[in-house]
Design a protein around this ligand. Structure first.
Ligand code: PLP
Length: 397
């Protein structure tokens, strides 16, 4: 099909040409005397993205899922109690992993479309007088439903009852796009991946661990080997890895961190919020459809999950968008399959790129018989952006 594919799934996100070029390198000796320069640029640069001075960023040749497993197996022992809320496919998969690894789960079942139920986390922590709960798990941005949770509030809940559990946060589809604060929120392990806000291909598990998490890893008895934090920390200390690292991804990461530094992380967060506002205007005011996120406090600035009207098939819209317009939209996963499509709006992105996605989604919906008005989403998004452009223009001035 002529023209570029419009990639609007919520990860992998578009890789900037600059990053693609930076990854186009000959292989080299990862034990050479000059190699530590690259390692240090990546690990030091990540500290700013995690907003941490005390945490230790780590890179595993994996995806985000590997970092979930690393957090659990490094810091916990078999049978340890874990508190987690499940409100979408990714929090479900993390829950499932905890079960398969043999932990004792307290699951806060929460309707899909809502986020982390802070009051229920608090009630469980308060009831846990003997501090059996060893880790509190939160998915900051549930990519399946387009829902962002308030991690700071979960930390406040833990502190309010002086609960000593570790706090693990899945920030796979938030880091670098939605505010995340390792130190301010006293997060013990942040889990992320390369293929979303960091604008890289998939293949790097990007994680950050607190001193408390590293301390827990000294006595935790879950079996681990490839994902052992201590092997990684020890090798990284001299600028190397315990095994062959994915070299092109490290070069790409160094470049994407440079891009993040040039734009400024807080400017990037503002841009995401501004772009997301336009997409939501398209959905709610233009097309007059609903989002899966049931209230504005849950709206995600990196992904919007658009509900199609009863009797219509979102999978047909996604297929039409791809086969006819070369536009990739995100599918509805498990419980919401066929009920919604997702527009990813994260990473290296601007208004005009998003207008392509909005217009493509509009055309695909019209082709599939949805009763929306042609151009209504694009008009609503434009109007939103024109009214809110000061949010992003002041930084350029
Ligand atoms: N957590 C969230 C919130 C995600 O969106 C994803 C993937 O999209 C994952 C975890 C799993 O990450 P990965 O696919 O990188 O293993």
């Amino acid at each position: 099909m002529a023209g570029r594919n419009f990639l609007f799934v919520p990860g992998p996100s578009n890789v900037p040409d600059r990053v693609l070029r930076a990854m186009h390198v000959a292989m080299e000796d990862h034990r050479s005397p000059s190699f530590p320069e690259l390692t240090r640029a990546c690990l030091d640069g990540l500290k700013g993205v995690f907003k941490t001075a005390s945490g230790t960023p780590l890179l595993f040749p994996s995806s985000g899922t590997g970092c979930w497993e690393a957090a659990l197996t490094n810091c916990l022992s078999p049978g340890d109690k874990v508190l987690i809320a499940r409100f979408g496919q990714f929090s479900h998969l993390w829950t499932d992993m905890c079960q398969r690894l043999g932990f004792d789960l307290e699951i806060l079942e929460t309707p899909w479309g809502e986020g982390a139920p802070v009051a229920r986390y608090l009630a469980s922590l308060r009831a846990d007088e003997r501090h059996a709960i060893r880790a509190v798990l939160v998915c900051q941005n549930e990519t399946a439903t387009g829902v962002t949770s308030d991690v700071a509030a979960v930390r406040r809940a833990m502190d309010s009852v002086n609960h000593p559990a570790l706090l693990f946060v899945d920030s796979v589809s938030a880091l670098g796009s939605i505010d995340f604060r390792m130190d301010d929120w006293a997060v013990d392990v942040c889990i992320s991946g390369s293929q979303k806000g960091l604008m890289l291909p998939a293949g790097l598990g990007v994680t950050c661990v607190s001193p408390k998490a590293l301390e827990a890893a000294r006595s935790a008895t879950s079996r681990r080997c490839y994902f052992d934090y201590r092997d990684m920390v020890q090798a990284n200390a001299s600028g190397y890895f315990p095994y062959t690292p994915p070299l092109p991804l490290l070069y790409g990461l160094r470049e994407s961190l440079q891009m993040i530094a040039e734009e400024g992380l807080d400017n990037i967060l503002r841009r995401h919020s501004y772009l997301a506002g336009g997409v939501r205007a398209a959905v709610l005011e233009g097309w007059k459809l609903k989002l899966c996120a049931v209230a504005p406090n849950w709206y995600s600035d990196t992904v919007s999950a658009v509900m199609v009207p009863e009797g219509k098939d979102a999978a047909a819209v996604i297929e039409r968008a791809f086969t006819r317009y070369n536009l990739s939209l995100g599918a509805g996963l498990s419980k919401v399959a066929g009920k919604l499509f997702r527009i990813g709006h994260l990473g290296d992105l601007n208004e005009l790129m998003l207008l392509g996605a909005i217009c493509g989604a509009e055309m695909a919906m019209l082709d599939c018989g949805l009763k929306i008005e042609a151009g209504s989403g694009a008009a609503a998004a434009q109007s939103y952006w024109r009214n809110h452009s000061s949010a992003v223009e002041t930084r350029a001035a």
